[in-house]
Design a protein around this ligand. Structure first.
Ligand SMILES: [Zn+2]
Ligand SMILES: [Zn+2]
Length: 260
């Protein structure tokens, strides 16, 4: 195993019935024979499923693609776990995110201090990201790529040896997401919109069709569609993508694991 992706939540734009919003656990080899665990986004509802896939105290780093609630809000609940769990001695976790996450989270939790009242340490160390930043993750390297969304937003390209996992975050078609996806073994790609219904929105989300074109042009080996909102029939973006991309293609499923 070089990269393992477990979908914690994949509902688009908000959590659906029993379906958390965006959150993914990525496990790569660590430097001392131990797995290195990356939580990639932690959207609304994610903490419920996160408990099913990992003891949250084992998370090594957190990546937040952008500051929309469906991608970061459950950091508020995770903060309670990390700060106050009576039995588990949790470390401070580094959180790589766009500038301003600390203030957003303070507004949500009501704790202006990095160390919550009565806690012995800060649950998080916030590290603002810039486009092109490289983040060391065990034996892997993560590159933060700027993408096209109404707020500052990043996709992540995770490389371990020859294996590449690319995650678009939220984006419309752009140069950044094309570079991000280039020859990825697995492209975890948002398809928040569908053709026709959502044509009046631009610069926000991909459709299944645009995701399929992206995968084909980037030469990816496998396409996994995600971030489909509860009001969308999931077969529609799947069909749009299938018309454009001949390779292996699936809809992301919560609590499923994909190995590269
Ligand atoms: Zn989103
Ligand atoms: Zn968004």
């Amino acid at each position: 195993m070089s990269i393992e992706l477990t979908v914690v939540g994949c509902s688009g734009s908000y959590e659906g019935p029993g379906e958390p919003a965006s959150a993914y656990l990525v496990t790569v080899p660590g430097k001392h024979g131990k797995p290195f665990r990356i939580l990639m986004d932690c959207g609304s509802g994610a903490l419920s499923n996160l408990h099913k896939v990992i003891d949250p105290s084992l998370i090594d780093i957190i990546l937040i693609s952008h500051l929309h609630a469906d991608h970061f809000l459950d950091l508020a609940g995770l903060e309670v776990y990390l700060a106050y769990h009576p039995l588990v001695n949790c470390p401070t976790v580094r959180v790589f995110a766009p500038e301003g996450l600390d203030d957003r989270l303070s507004a949500a939790t009501g704790n202006p201090d990095p160390i919550p009242p009565g806690a012995s340490r800060a649950p998080y160390e916030f590290i603002p990201m810039s486009a092109g930043d490289s983040i060391e993750a065990g034996k892997g390297i993560i590159t933060a790529v700027s993408v096209k969304h109404p707020v500052p937003a990043f996709g992540f390209r995770i490389e371990v040896g020859d294996s590449v996992l690319a995650y678009t975050g939220d984006t419309d078609s752009c140069e950044g997401v094309a570079a991000l996806a280039e020859e990825a073994d697995l492209l975890l790609c948002e398809a928040g919109y569908i053709e026709g219904r959502d044509d009046h929105f631009t610069g926000i989300h991909l459709t299944g069709k645009r995701a399929g074109i992206l995968a084909r042009q980037a030469g990816v080996k496998k396409l996994l569609l995600t971030h489909i909102p509860p009001w969308t029939d999931r077969e529609v973006p799947l069909g749009e993508a299938r018309a454009e991309f001949d390779g292996p293609l699936e809809l992301a499923e919560a609590l499923h694991t994909y190995t590269l």
